[in-house]
Design a protein around this ligand. Structure first.
Ligand code: ATP
Length: 256
């Protein structure tokens, strides 16, 4: 018999409410397998960011459970990393020292730290600005630095909350291509919140469409576009068909 795999993330009848208000998420059950790239889309306020916060351990469930590789989200903090839309780099530190921050806090030996940081800066294409300050960087570069910083702890599960929403379209497309290149190299599981259907289709192996009031899983759509995904993927007919399909399901949940 094949060995049952522990899901990367498992939601079991998860309800989340703030105070006595109506639940934000209600009885959400879904499992995400290791290596999946899952985008979460849905109308504003349906609980997408709340869902990521539950996985990160920043916020507890009201009822039901979230497990991360079989552990509580708090115990799994070392293997998850959260990347926000606002890169929140420390303005008084250079790019190199921003990326090194977590490693310094963990007291990683200097030589090892320098090696990890320099590899990460190469990975995200920022070697040439390693000694610049955040104010000297473009929005795309700041986001790359923020991603490098999140990767310094060598996470297995990445939680990204609209990371590219503030970028212009060309930079955003380029960042999508870089992220998918990294994803193909590493063995991450990714949960990615976005309002862009095209971005979700381009990046994901699977898209979860949430319906609002209360937030719940309305559609679970596999995205079987082949790899490598490149700029050409966006020009393909199957890409257009998937974007149209996901957009239709989103319109449906907007009207419920
Ligand atoms: N700490 C909190 N206290 C009270 N209400 C909250 C809290 N955090 C989130 N909410 C409410 O929960 C609901 C869902 O918020 P959440 O940010 O998860 O939605 P979202 O789907 O990510 O929205 P958007 O697409 O606009 O970013 C919103 O109505 C929000 O006001």
């Amino acid at each position: 018999m094949p060995e049952a795999r522990v899901p990367a993330v498992a939601f079991d009848h998860v309800t989340k409410r703030f105070g006595t208000a109506k639940p934000i998420l209600e009885s959400l059950s879904v499992s995400i397998q290791p290596g999946e790239f899952v985008s979460i889309v849905g109308p504003s306020g349906c609980g997408k960011s709340t869902l990521l916060r539950l996985v990160s351990g920043l916020s507890p469930t009201t009822s039901g459970t979230v497990e991360v590789e079989g552990m509580t989200p708090k115990s799994a903090r070392e293997i998850t990393s959260f990347i926000f839309q606002d890169p929140t780099l420390l303005p008084w530190r250079t790019v190199r020292r921003n990326v090194a921050l977590g490693l310094e806090l963990e007291h990683t030996a200097r030589e090892r730290r320098d090696e990890i940081v320099s590899n990460l800066l190469t990975l995200v294409g920022l070697d040439h600005v390693a000694d610049s300050y955040p104010r000297q960087l473009s929005g795309g570069m700041k986001m790359r630095a923020s991603i490098a910083r999140a990767l310094a702890s060598n996470p297995r599960i990445l939680l990204l909350d609209e990371p590219f929403a503030a970028l212009d379209e060309i930079t955003r497309d380029r960042m999508n291509e870089e992220l998918i290149r990294l994803y193909q190299q590493q063995s991450w599981t990714v949960l990615f919140v976005t309002h862009s259907v095209a971005e979700a289709v381009f990046l994901s192996t699977r898209i979860l469409v949430l319906a609002p009031h209360p937030g719940r899983l309305a559609h679970d759509i596999p995205i079987d576009l082949p790899y490598p995904r490149t700029a050409e993927t966006r020009a393909s007919e199957s890409f257009d068909q998937l974007v149209a399909h996901v957009s239709r399901t989103l319109r449906e949940v907007h009207t419920v």
